[in-house]
Design a protein. Sequence first.
Length: 130
Amino acid sequence: MTDDMDALVAAAAEASKNSYSPYSGFKVGAAALTESGDVYTGTNIENASYGATMCAERVAIFKAASDGMRRIVALAVYGGGADYAYPCGMCLQVLSEFAGDISVYVAGKAGVKRYALSELLPHPFDKSKL
């Protein structure tokens, strides 16, 4: 892993400290590196109506998108309470909208693993299917 990716994982770990997870107790942080070199972070935000809960990955991606960033070039996800924190299917689908086959770093107590987005989401739904 490069120094840049170490920094991305560190940003995700730092973001996890702001988690609002009173129901699961599972604190997750994410950091999205954009084509411009900017890093957008997010944390999971739970809600008593579980369907209204937002994952850290989507928070980071949506923050970037709302600032006009349309290309994510790497993503790190950190879950301090897990060996590794993997993005859910919904987050992977959202990521596929704003990224090519990028590196996704999953991190936790056991360290860091790198995956290509296509390994985690081999058949994304995209505009070619509309």
